[in-house]
Design a protein around this ligand. Structure first.
Ligand SMILES: Cc1cc2nc3c(=O)[nH]c(=O)nc-3n(C[C@H](O)[C@H](O)[C@H](O)COP(=O)(O)OP(=O)(O)OC[C@H]3O[C@@H](n4cnc5c(N)ncnc54)[C@H](O)[C@@H]3O)c2cc1C
Length: 266
């Protein structure tokens, strides 16, 4: 592994300053994605420095801010799972956090890391889409709809740091992940649905985590069968080592039907 300078700022102001002024610098939160890529030598360009934001107090915690729940970018999945406010207001995000890796990964993995890594299979990402979350950075807010620009490409600028994620308090969202196993598996498909406003968000079925527009339009009109029919055309799955495109289309429809049935049973 090539030599990399390790930087650990004391506070958010120093972190922002260092990130803007250190050439070839990469942020390090829990390291569960970054360290794997660093060791494998797959990061392009190879970083010359890493800036460790894991311990920054300003990026931790789950708190109510007005009519939203604000989750610090470097808050771990374990922190989210243990938060009474997260369980009360954003249970679908807690459900997604519980499916991520095993305990070691939940102790270190962060929401900011999941967002910035922008894997199409990132488990929290459809949930954040279904909640209409807002990504807060050191300089602006970005609606989650505008965050994923392409395969692992986000709206973040090269020296922009996510500080928090804001999720509205009043949404009823449900979540489901289909993997090879119930936990510790990369998703074959992952879905989150909000009944009102109608949101159908899906992961692992396109180059980005996406909202299914046709399904949402049908759902907004109360047409459950129409939504299930439309979602197969909305998504853009591929064949890969985990699944075929046809399998993903069929499973996406089944999962949407199940989640919508769960709403009608309530
Ligand atoms: C064994 C294993 C199992 C896993 N299982 C799952 C799973 O089931 N589901 C799933 O979704 N993921 C899974 N992952 C992937 C990973 O754990 C998650 O994506 C996690 O959320 C990454 O967070 P992190 O803090 O570790 O990110 P890091 O590895 O520290 O960083 C990831 C990327 O985000 C950037 N970054 C980090 N913080 C910020 C910030 N505040 N602002 C801007 N950029 C930032 C980094 O520069 C880097 O590019 C797994 C990983 C492993 C190793």
């Amino acid at each position: 592994m090539p030599e990399v300078t390790y930087l650990r700022p004391e506070n958010i102001q120093d972190a922002v300053q260092l990130y803007r002024t250190t050439p070839g610098c990469r942020l390090l939160a829990g390291g569960t994605d970054l360290m794997v890529m660093l060791h494998a030598g797959t990061l392009r360009p190879q970083p010359r420095a890493v800036l460790d934001v894991w311990s920054l107090r300003e990026l931790k915690g789950v708190r109510r801010v007005g009519d939203a729940l604000e989750i610090g970018a470097a808050e771990s999945y374990t922190g989210i799972i243990r938060s009474a406010d997260a369980n009360r207001y954003v249970p679908a995000l807690v459900a997604a956090a519980r499916t991520i890796g095993a305990a070691q990964i939940q102790n270190r993995g962060t929401l900011g890391g999941n967002l910035a890594n922008a894997s199409p299979a990132g488990d929290t990402l459809p949930v954040l889409l279904a909640y209409d979350a807002v990504v807060v950075t050191d300089r602006r807010t970005i609606r989650i709809d505008n965050f994923f620009l392409g395969y692992r490409k986000t709206a973040l600028q090269a020296d922009e740091l996510i500080t928090a994620v804001r999720v509205p308090l009043d949404r009823d969202v449900v979540f489901r992940k289909v993997g090879t196993r119930a936990a510790q598996a990369i998703s074959k498909i992952v879905m989150a649905v909000c009944r009102a406003p109608a949101r159908v968000a899906v992961g692992s079925v396109a180059e980005v985590p996406m909202r299914a527009g046709g399904a949402e339009r049908a759902l907004a009109e109360g047409d459950v069968a129409g939504a299930v029919g439309a979602v197969a055309a909305d998504i853009r799955p591929i064949d890969d080592v985990r699944s075929t495109a046809d399998y993903r289309r069929a499973v996406t429809q089944n999962v949407l039907r199940e989640l919508l049935d769960a709403f009608t049973r309530e």
